[in-house]
Design a protein around this ligand. Structure first.
Ligand SMILES: C[S@@+](CC[C@H](N)C(=O)[O-])C[C@H]1O[C@@H](n2cnc3c(N)ncnc32)[C@H](O)[C@@H]1O
Length: 225
């Protein structure tokens, strides 16, 4: 069990996620080639991924979708000077985003918190421009052996989480009219992990490596003409 002192030093979300964000950004850079004027991040938390996307692609428009008011405010504070148009919206304001207006959508570890997956993909499909791409990362799915443990932990914390398979995610995108593909997010590179400070733990190094290199999936959804 963690001591109180250790808990106080739990790695913040941004520190834990940045190794995954780096892989996502590499993939975005390889495929988008600097042509993303309008970027939206679903479940943007306090804007860490959008800050990095802005530095990489210099978009004119940045949008975050985030239900938590405090996180929206923190994201807006971090982002407001990084593009000529910046908005951080609650999910109920998806409809205010014009159709076919986004070049790039990202979403990192949010789908397990989303009840209406087909509604979400309907909005992604509606707002993506032709040839626009959504990159969606999920390790929180039912094919990942750690998911039963992690989902129980999230439920204990009072979060409402949904059990979904990778095929459920693929199907939701395809049914919304998007061209879908997937791969593991990471295939190599260092894994940084402190077993005494981690909030979400692994029972072995094999489980840790399998999560990083096998079960954490990157889905690509493209809007074709
Ligand atoms: C596990 S955190 C991931 C945050 C961030 N994407 C990252 O990579 O660090 C999930 C985030 O999704 C947000 N969220 C929950 N339900 C959502 C929904 N229906 N639409 C958009 N975001 C949602 C949460 O408030 C939280 O900020």
């Amino acid at each position: 069990m963690l001591t109180l002192q250790a808990r106080e030093h739990e790695a913040p979300l941004e520190q834990v996620n940045q190794i995954f964000w780096l892989s996502l950004l590499e993939q975005v850079q390889a495929e988008v080639r600097g042509q993303a004027n309008s970027i939206l991040d679903i479940g943007c938390h306090d804007g860490g991924l959008l800050v990095r996307l802005a530095a990489l692609l210099h978009p004119k428009k940045l949008i975050g979708i985030e239900p938590e008011t405090l996180l929206r405010e923190r994201a807006l504070f971090r982002l407001h000077k990084l593009a000529s148009s910046v908005a951080v919206l609650p999910p109920e304001r998806w409809n205010t985003i014009p159709p076919s207006s986004l070049d790039l959508v990202t979403c990192h570890e949010v789908l397990h918190l989303v009840d209406d997956l087909s509604g979400l993909f309907g909005q992604v499909s509606r707002t993506l421009s032709t040839h626009g791409t959504a990159f969606v990362v999920s390790g929180c799915h039912t094919e990942n052996p750690i998911w039963p443990r992690w989902s129980a932990q999230l439920r204990t914390e009072g979060k409402v989480v949904v059990d979904r398979s990778p095929f459920d995610i693929l199907r939701a995108g395809i049914n919304a009219g998007l061209h879908a593909s997937l791969r593991p997010l990471r295939r190599d590179g260092w894994v940084i992990y402190d077993p005494d400070l981690a909030k979400f733990t692994y029972s072995s190094v094999v489980e840790l490596l399998e999560h990083h290199y096998r079960h954490k999936l990157l889905f690509r959804f493209v809007k074709l003409p």
